[in-house]
Write a protein that binds this ligand. Sequence first.
Ligand SMILES: [Zn+2]
Length: 348
Amino acid sequence: HSSAARCMLYDEIMWKVIQKDGADHLDIMTAVSGKRKQLKLTGPFCYANKKKRGDVQLILDRDKKRLEVHRAIKAAVHDLHKSKKKKVGMDKGLATLLSCSSGHEYGFNFSQLVNAEAERINRRNTNRNKYIQAAKELRHELSALQAKLAIKHSAKTERRLRNRIGSLERRISRLEERHLGSKLYHRQHARKQCNMERIMNMSIRKMLLTEKPDVLVKEDLSFTKENLPKAANRYEAKVRRKLSSWSKGTLDDRIEYLCDCLGIRTVDVNPAYTSQFCPNCGARFSERKGTHHELTVCPNCGEMNANTAAAVNILRRADDKNITLYTPYKKVEKILEDRYANKQSVMA
Ligand SMILES: [Zn+2]
């Protein structure tokens, strides 16, 4: 660097913060290979231990006679007037994207979008089938001719065979180009996916801004199962499974990302049996109702919204000492059943 320079940019591998003589020092590379320079940090803040290090900028302030270390950090915005931490439990689904322990739900009928896309892909593939079949027949004919050509023939027969093969090859490539191409398909699918992502984003944002949680409690997604609506055929079922797992992954990513941006902490809890026991009395639900199983029946409390009931259970699980993220599935069931039995015997 030159003496006239006022600022220098340091890449994340070019700097680190070290402890020396009980104080933080900025350790930086110099223009001389292998030689590093250490500068004592005198400011009140040190963000060196944040996970993502990123670049720093060293700025020389000639008036104040000091060297400043500038660095962009992601900071959570906290409302200082709010003393109590607000925890919100949340259940994720496909029929309704987000259901909160407050009783509010966001992103209704999301599954309609997923279903429409699954049906569209299915329809498209049904239409394609006749072209696939035609191409297959042509290829079959082609390989038969090629086998024939391998044997020795008269010049005339050979010419005739070659002409026929050439015409077949042209027909196949035309079919592939015009009817079996995937360019349009990928473009259309990307557009639909983009639309679904937009709706997810909107729902999450709306939820976070309405509920205003400090801590968001959600299920650890990796083990959850989803009741998918009945598909017309095996192929459509496969498409639906694929789409719904894509939706789940994207939904989870977006939640994490948006919470991170807004400074909301997320807590993952054990998902086992969150939708099977009543949050009020602890009894096991007797049946599920509704087109998307959105209603559930408790033998003591009656009918209630299954999703928001699950959200309340998820919220409670954050403070549950006995059910941790790693408690096995069957053991969770036993704990919940025992709790209800104990409660009953106390009441008796
Ligand atoms: Zn109940």
